[in-house]
Design a protein around this ligand. Structure first.
Ligand SMILES: *[C@@H]1O[C@H](CO)[C@@H](O)[C@H](O)[C@H]1NC(C)=O
Ligand SMILES: *[C@@H]1O[C@H](CO)[C@@H](O)[C@H](O)[C@H]1NC(C)=O
Ligand SMILES: *[C@@H]1O[C@H](CO)[C@@H](O)[C@H](O)[C@H]1NC(C)=O
Length: 324
């Protein structure tokens, strides 16, 4: 069957500010936050913005280091997408900037973790939904960030059963070839976009690292970091900090403090280290820590190929999903 969908504008929602869902307990549950209401905005006010972060901060280990990176905000959820590598999850990796050029992103950051040890099939870890299509069905264990078809941001834990009943494909199964659906009233919302991270940084406006699952020794290590979350009113926010593991960058406790200070109400940590990247208009804007092949001087930092990215377009995206 063929279903044509248009991304819901935030303006359709009147429940701005309401937090729905079961709440997050540390290892389970989820929260739905209505997307920003864009009704009163137009033109360039709808576009994502990028600010540069450049501030000395005292880390968990008591050492003062410069936190250098990017703070991105976006109000229009119809310009938000999650993309797998160009070849698809598990078949290859793509640099954030190359992926951003391919997908037409005005701002992009790396997103989910992947199986870096499997060189032939570097699987995307966690569940991945990209522009309504379920790409990776491995939702066990970690915290996810996503967008629903009915205009909510999703933050929380997803198991495979929940995932299977909250995808467009599972809903389309209930519809006939004319597009008329059985049991309309109990059709649930479905994921428009979804990918996973590790460690919930902020919950209800507070540093939540100590309460979160997924904390390990890397949590207190300074490194390059990328994080995504929500600001007041359902604005999307992302923070990317440059770093080299163990030398410079930021640890997750300090990153969570930074995000609380920036006004995040909810946030999760994404893939970091050498994966941490910001691309603006398809060009690398961050300072990656990986060395470059064939660089005898050691002066250069090269962008790591990663799995999923967050893509912020410069115009609303209309999704046409065919042949489900
Ligand atoms: C890599 O993934 C492929 C495909 O799932 C699998 O067959 C293979 O065993 C994996 N290799 C390693 C080293 O895990
Ligand atoms: C519709 O709901 C009824 C009652 O809950 C159920 O028996 C039936 O299987 C449902 N049909 C579909 C297509 O889901
Ligand atoms: C996290 O826990 C450690 C050890 O109990 C404590 O020292 C620290 O202050 C806590 N941090 C936050 C942000 O609550």
């Amino acid at each position: 069957m063929h279903i044509s969908t248009t991304l819901l504008a935030g303006g359709l929602l009147s429940m701005q500010g309401l937090v729905l869902g079961a709440g997050i307990s540390g290892t389970s549950g989820y929260t739905l936050v209505p997307v920003f209401n864009t009704k009163k905005l137009s033109g360039s006010d709808l576009l994502p913005t990028v600010q540069v972060i450049n501030k000395p901060l005292v880390d968990e280990d008591g050492v003062t280091r410069a936190a250098k990176g990017h703070f991105v905000t976006a109000v229009d959820s119809t310009m938000f997408s999650v993309y797998p590598p160009i070849q698809g999850c598990g078949y290859g990796l793509t640099t954030t900037s190359a992926e951003a050029r391919y997908r037409g992103c005005s701002v992009a950051m790396n997103m989910g973790f992947f199986d870096i040890s499997n060189t032939t099939h570097p699987h995307c870890l966690g569940a991945v939904v990209s522009d309504d299509v379920l790409i990776e069905h491995d939702a066990t264990g970690t915290i996810h960030f996503g967008l629903t078809n009915d205009g909510n941001w999703f933050i929380g834990y997803v198991d495979n059963e929940f995932l299977a009943s909250h995808t467009l494909a599972s809903l389309a199964d209930r519809c006939d070839s004319t597009g008329s659906c059985a049991n309309d009233s109990d059709l649930p919302w479905y994921f428009r976009s979804l990918a996973s991270g590790q460690v919930q940084l902020v919950n209800k406006g507070k540093n939540y690292v100590n309460e979160s699952s997924g904390v390990n020794t890397f949590t207190t290590e300074v490194s390059g970091r990328t994080a995504i979350g929500l600001l007041k009113g359902g604005r999307l926010g992302m923070v990317q900090i440059d770093g080299r593991t163990g030398q410079d960058g930021i640890d997750l406790f300090t990153l969570a403090d930074v995000m609380v200070n920036l006004g995040f109400t909810e946030a999760i940590n994404l893939d970091g280290g050498g994966s941490s990247t910001t691309a603006i208009n398809g060009a690398l804007a961050s300072l990656p820590s990986d060395g470059c092949p064939d660089d005898k001087t050691g002066y250069f930092g090269c962008e790591r190929a990663v799995s999923t990215i967050v893509c912020l377009h410069s115009s609303p995206q209309e999704l046409v999903v065919g042949a489900i």
